[in-house]
Design a protein around this ligand. Structure first.
Ligand code: CU
Length: 115
């Protein structure tokens, strides 16, 4: 029984370590969930470590996805241009390859309010 507990603790510890090792999005502009009154002209994505950004797209909620132009280099922080965002709710989706070669992805949303 004692051995089993030890094994279980080891497994839990291993998962915790792996979780920490994964790259994650540590900051974004606009911030997830925010309501802005001025439409942003750029999207900023900041990661916990250097990544290769492989895809960023934006879509208005219920609308078609629009791929955004990627900055080429690997980096921790990326500025991606967007243009002509009319009032509405937007979802930014991203995908990147972390330093540990794992593929990570996620999304965040923001609302452009009617002026
Ligand atoms: Cu990882």
């Amino acid at each position: 029984m004692r051995k089993l507990k030890l094994v279980l603790f080891s497994i839990v510890g291993l998962f915790a370590l792996q979780g920490q090792a994964h790259t994650y999005l540590s900051e974004s502009t606009p911030v997830d969930g925010v309501v802005v009154t001025v439409a942003p002209e750029e999207i900023v994505l900041g990661f916990s470590e250097t990544v290769i950004l492989t895809a960023v797209s934006i879509r208005e909620d219920g609308g078609a996805e629009q791929a955004l132009e990627l900055p080429g280099e690997s980096d921790e922080r990326f500025v991606v241009g967007v243009s002509d965002l009319s009032p509405g709710e937007y979802i930014v989706s991203w995908r990147a390859v972390g330093a540990d070669t794992h593929i990570v992805s996620g999304e965040f949303r923001f609302t452009v309010a009617d002026a």
